[in-house]
Write a protein that binds this ligand. Structure first.
Ligand code: FAD
Ligand code: UDP
Length: 372
């Protein structure tokens, strides 16, 4: 069989590109080493609940083109992410807003909140914060930093806030209004029926082979009597793995998900996500999946999320953007750019923390370049 494209990875990047290519009349084969499609946005129905098997995924974007595109494959509900932070027995709204400030300090106006933050950031304040600690204190003051940021961030990244770049915390909105929406984006929601159904629709009519890695696939194909041929490869696995780690290993943060089904509990925590921000609780958050779809299902399913240091063989989740890895990725990128008829894409292929909308946007951009 002759294919125009071999697409390695049935995640969001691979599925978006495959759909575009198939619609342009190209013949595609999609493979994935996992035994399911959808990559990290995979959801599985358990007890009438769509469980996010690789962590909570909330779709949010300000890109109308991307929003219109995903809506051709799924209808989205009106879920708005409003996590709660738990420090000991104290509960606070996120992102940092007037509800958080009022609970923390017993105040009621933006002016009072700003006055306290200004007071708390005086010591050590710098125009250009050099690290996450300085950035956090200058945004929300010392109390919130100590209770809601310091322990959580240390667990999440396995490093002190003073050793982490400032930009990580700048992702979070800080608002002087009573608005608990975690994102500033124009569009937000969860696909009704789960992400897997959405990706299934994207891959409709396209040949997909699961449970086989790129290397094994090449070997099996080469040994067959009539090997398949591919004009081009779209590769969404880890770029360093593609090159046999010959320049060294890129580093990632990994996660362990501990799932629990509670048949007799209807509502465990009253919210989809509760962040455990103190250092002495080993997990960073508990997700209660039924709340992504407003409480449907029998009993409830929760997942505790434990961050861990990545080692070869673990699932890579978050790229670690420090100087060493940025430089090493630059070298792999040179190799990748020189690789004939192979295009690297997606979160692992370009070693970048991409939200879903950015992954789709980059796959659509590639499709435009490739397919005209
Ligand atoms: P992936 O989904 O990782 O797909 C790559 C696929 O390639 C995988 O299925 C893998 O098995 C396969 N593969 C890899 N190597 C090989 C190989 N050698 N051979 C064969 N197959 C291979 N984004 C949001 O917008 N909102 C959120 O709320 C959000 N929450 C997140 C929470 C967590 C815990 C994490 C880790 C990420 C989150 N993201 C979120 C980001 C989101 O998961 C990604 O943007 C998206 O899944 C990336 O799609 P992808 O196709 O690039 O990669
Ligand atoms: N963060 C925190 N406390 C929280 C939530 C987030 O300190 O309760 C910090 C943490 O450093 C995290 C960063 O803010 O890495 C960005 O948060 P986000 O929710 O974007 O994290 P991600 O989506 O990467 O898990």
């Amino acid at each position: 069989m002759r294919y125009d494209y071999l697409i390695v990875g049935a995640g969001l990047f691979g599925a978006t590109f495959a759909r575009k290519a198939a619609d342009a009349g190209k013949k595609c084969l999609v493979i994935d080493k996992r035994d399911h499609i959808a990559g990290n946005i995979y959801t599985k129905e358990e007890h009438g609940i769509h469980v996010h098997k690789y962590g909570a995924h909330i779709f949010h974007t300000s890109d109308k083109k991307v929003w219109d595109y995903v809506n051709t494959f799924a209808e989205f509900n009106n879920f708005v992410n409003s996590p709660v932070a738990r420090y000991g027995d104290e509960l606070y709204n996120l992102p940092f807003n007037m509800n958080t400030f009022s609970k923390m300090w017993g105040i009621s106006t933006p002016a009072e909140a700003k006055k306290i933050i200004d007071e708390q950031k005086k010591d050590g304040y710098r125009e250009n914060p050099a690290n996450l600690e300085e950035q956090a204190i200058s945004l929300v003051g010392k109390d919130i930093y100590e209770k809601l940021i310091k322990g959580y961030t240390r667990k999440q990244w396995g490093r002190e806030c003073t050793e982490l770049p400032a930009f990580i915390i700048k992702r979070l909105p800080v608002r002087f209004t009573f608005d608990n929406n975690y994102f500033n984006d124009r569009y937000q929601g969860i696909p009704i029926g789960g992400y897997t159904a959405m990706v299934e629709k994207m891959l409709d009519g396209i040949t997909v082979k699961l449970g086989i890695s790129y290397r094994d696939h090449l070997e099996v194909n080469a040994a067959s009597a009539e090997p398949d041929t591919y004009d081009r490869v779209i590769y969404t696995g880890p770029v360093d793995e593609y090159f046999g780690h010959k320049l060294g290993y890129l580093e990632y943060r990994s996660l362990r998900f501990e799932e629990e089904y509670m048949p007799d509990c209807d509502n465990f925590q009253g919210n989809a996500a509760v962040n455990y921000t103190s250092a002495d609780v080993p997990y960073t958050r508990i997700i209660e999946h039924k709340h992504f779809e407003f409480g449907k299902g029998d009993g409830t399913v929760i997942t505790r999320e434990y961050p861990s240091e990545w080692k070869p063989g673990d699932e890579p989740y978050y790229p670690v953007n420090n100087d060493r890895n940025t430089e090493l990725y630059g070298k792999y990128k040179e190799l990748a750019d020189a690789e004939e008829n192979v295009i690297f894409g997606g979160r692992l292929g370009v070693y970048k923390y991409y939200d879903m909308d950015k992954v789709i946007a980059s796959a659509l951009e590639l499709a435009e370049k490739e397919l005209g």
